[in-house]
Design a protein around this ligand. Structure first.
Ligand SMILES: [Mg+2]
Length: 118
């Protein structure tokens, strides 16, 4: 491996991700996305439900988050930024409305937590 790449100094993520898809094919990368999502789910369960204060569970959770982010970035590049950005904007708009609604309830003295009444 080139020293610059190893140190991250000149890493062009988009080019790297395009190379991954070209090298292994989109189907293999989707399978990798599925595998990494499954590993993140498992790590989140161990970290969130069992050992919130166990350093090894925390580091495994962080490692799997990074893996999923890398695979999501590859998929985003494959399907195109525009379509993902448009969908994300819709989802963020909905989230904003939900949070505003929940904040209003809390200000009025409600005790429901976000997402409990969906
Ligand atoms: Mg992983």
């Amino acid at each position: 491996m080139d020293n610059d790449v190893k140190n991250g100094a000149c890493l062009d993520e988009r080019a790297l991700f395009q190379d991954c898809t070209r090298l292994w094919g989109v189907e293999a990368q989707i399978h990798m996305l599925i595998e990494e999502c499954a590993e993140l789910i498992r790590a989140a369960c161990h970290y969130g439900f069992r050992d919130l204060y166990e350093p090894s569970q925390y580091s495994n959770f962080i490692e799997e988050l990074a893996d999923v982010e890398i695979m999501c970035a590859q998929m985003r590049l494959y399907v195109g930024d525009k379509i993902v950005d448009e969908e994300k904007e819709i989802k963020l708009g909905r989230l904003l409305q939900r949070v505003a609604k929940e904040c209003k309830k809390h200000q009025e003295g409600g005790t429901e937590r976000v997402g409990e009444n969906e």
